[in-house]
Ligand binder design. Structure first.
Ligand code: PCA
Length: 197
């Protein structure tokens, strides 16, 4: 299967984003032409999906895996559900802070990812998650799941903890993964996805 892999730019005044760091590392590896990479996407409600949707018009892919950073989580999260809801705790990179609003007012309360994450199991590096938050990552995940359902394709989201090399003061005291552990773990997750028929 051919996968599109995206990541996010830094946000909330940080100058790094673990998803972009891991994504840069994945891009260097040999995926036998089965993975294409788009990023980093803007951390904005206005443009994140617009940029991705535009790319998908001409891209011949079977699935989309989006990567994002989750401070305060200790393991990689395999997101199983996108919530049809936004409640931003901080403004996005365009200064917009939507609160208590449905993404698609007439849509379902939530959409499930059709990726069979249970088959991948759980270990010291990753676990399944049932909340991608209520910020830009959840917004993008919900839009990807709407797209996947309409197209009969697969969509999913993986949240990555902070990495040891991220030195911003705002990250001090939060859980971290070793950079190489995170990159190798997400590479294994991507390998699981591309081997699906
Ligand atoms: N994490 C944020 C948005 C961009 C990112 O990398 C989130 O979890 O919503």
């Amino acid at each position: 299967m051919k996968w599109l892999v995206t990541c996010f730019e830094p946000f909330d005044h940080a100058h790094s984003n673990s998803s972009e760091m891991v994504w840069q590392e994945l891009k260097k590896r040999d995926w036998g032409g089965e993975c294409v990479f788009l990023g980093p996407l803007p951390v904005t409600f206005g443009d994140s999906w617009t940029v991705l949707k535009e790319f998908l018009k001409d891209a011949d892919v079977d699935g989309v895996l989006a990567l994002g950073q989750a401070e305060s989580r200790a393991k990689i999260s395999l997101e199983c559900v996108g919530l049809n809801w936004i409640d931003a705790r901080i403004p996005d990179n365009a200064g917009v802070r939507p609160t208590m609003a449905a993404i698609t007012p007439a849509g379902p309360a939530a959409l499930r990812s059709a990726i069979p994450w249970a088959e991948l199991g759980e270990n010291e590096f990753w676990q399944r998650s049932y909340s991608a938050g209520t910020y830009v990552c959840n917004f993008l995940l919900f839009r990807i799941l709407e797209w996947a359902e309409a197209q009969g394709k697969l969509g999913g989201f993986v949240h990555i903890p902070l990495l040891q090399s991220q030195t911003e003061a705002q990250f001090i005291g939060l859980p971290r993964m070793r950079d190489s552990d995170a990159a190798n773990a997400v590479a294994r997750i991507l390998d699981f996805l591309r081997r699906r028929s």
